[in-house]
Design a protein around this ligand. Structure first.
Ligand code: 1HN
Length: 356
């Protein structure tokens, strides 16, 4: 508190008049906002949140009766962070949604500068076509649509399919570099057989004259059966990380970097009985439960929350919020994604274990 309120009032008045004056010349004083702009540690508008699949599945299916995939272009329910309503984002930098495609439907071909991932939540047998190749999708598959590649989806199976879309929409918005266009036809022409990319680039081999031309992985479907087998074989080594259990990152086999340039993607196994230690990192992270059940403790002290989760649930942990994973009754498998590659490329990413 000031000892000279009278003087302060006069000074404040003079300053306000000054701010108004310079405002007419499109200027504003840094000293009034500096400490809101540059804060000692992340204080995100993003809130921890969970979507239980059992609670929202009916809503997703109801969308299927209200609008076709073709009319909607993409029939998706956005998973909107409750701390950032109306902003179509699940974290400050990333978007998430659950997309429904019914038997016989087509989501027409388009392309955009935003990169997308699909993580298959329910159903088997629908396809996505990306850049001239079709892939059939199964639960737990991680599928990539690189920036500016044509993509369309269809469902030739007899069951609905639901997947989680993860896109770098808010990031592209911040950079003002969104471009988008549609193909006149619903489905793009195919130029390679199904499975070609995985055989060509995802078998520990590369074509002899292969050159890296884009930062995104040339493998665009990482099938869950392979990922799960890797986790199952590796668990025998019993090298459990106290915070993560056994956690792998998806990589671009041509560069060794993250599979997507803007979105880091991960799969982790928590063995039955796992009691994870507390962890936080500067990349807000979206989790999708692939197998099993358990819970995550989020935050500290009075405001700590417990997210009980099971298969197909989605939850989000904001930047720099401590959390610990627990799987008392079953093995559990968690897929996750975040903006980690962007933060790492800029030398910004941080993590801490325990309460350091
Ligand atoms: C998009 O192209 C897809 O291709 C899904 O399935 C969600 C959200 C915003 C903008 C484009 C898709 C999207 C999207």
């Amino acid at each position: 508190m000031s000892q000279h309120p009278q003087i302060d009032q006069a000074v404040m008045q003079e300053r306000r008049a000054y701010y108004d004056k310079i405002g007419t010349r499109k200027m504003t004083p840094l000293w009034e906002v500096l400490h809101a702009l540059v804060i000692p540690q992340p204080k995100s508008a993003c809130m921890p949140a969970i979507w239980h699949y059992a609670d929202i599945r009916d809503d997703i299916m109801e969308a299927g009766r209200l609008i076709t995939a073709k009319e909607a272009e993409r029939r998706v329910l956005i998973l909107e962070n409750p701390g950032m309503p109306g902003q179509s984002r699940i974290t400050t930098s990333l978007y998430a949604g659950l997309q429904l495609i019914l038997p016989g439907e087509v989501a027409p071909a388009h392309r955009h500068t935003q990169s997308a991932l699909r993580f298959i939540v329910e159903g088997d047998g629908a396809y996505t076509a990306v850049d001239g190749e079709k892939t059939i999708m199964h639960e737990g598959d991680f599928v990539i649509t690189p920036s500016w590649t044509w993509h369309d989806h269809g469902n030739d199976s007899d069951r609905p399919m639901v997947w989680m879309d993860g896109l770098d929409i808010p990031l592209i918005q911040a950079l003002d570099c969104s471009f988008m266009e549609r193909l006149p036809e619903d489905s793009q022409p195919l130029s390679r057989p199904t499975g070609d990319a995985l055989a060509r680039y995802g078998s520990g081999l590369l074509p002899v004259d292969f050159e890296v031309k884009t930062p995104t992985s040339p493998v665009f479907n990482y099938p869950y059966c392979r990922t799960r087998e890797a986790l199952e074989t590796m668990r025998r080594a019993e090298e459990w990380d106290p915070c993560h259990g056994l956690k792998l990152q998806y990589i671009n086999p041509a560069t060794g970097q993250s599979a997507m340039p803007t979105i880091g993607t991960f799969m982790q196994l928590l063995p039955k009985g796992f009691n994870g230690a507390s962890y936080r990192s500067s990349d807000a992270t979206v989790f999708s439960v692939v197998e099993g059940k358990g819970y995550t403790l989020v935050g500290e002290g009075e405001t700590q929350q417990r997210f009980d989760w099971g298969k197909r649930d989605t939850f989000v942990i904001p930047s720099w919020v401590s959390h610990s994973h627990h799987a008392p009754d079953t093995d559990a498998v968690l897929f996750s994604y975040s903006d980690r590659p962007v933060q790492k490329a800029l030398g910004l990413w941080r993590e801490s274990r325990g309460n350091r």
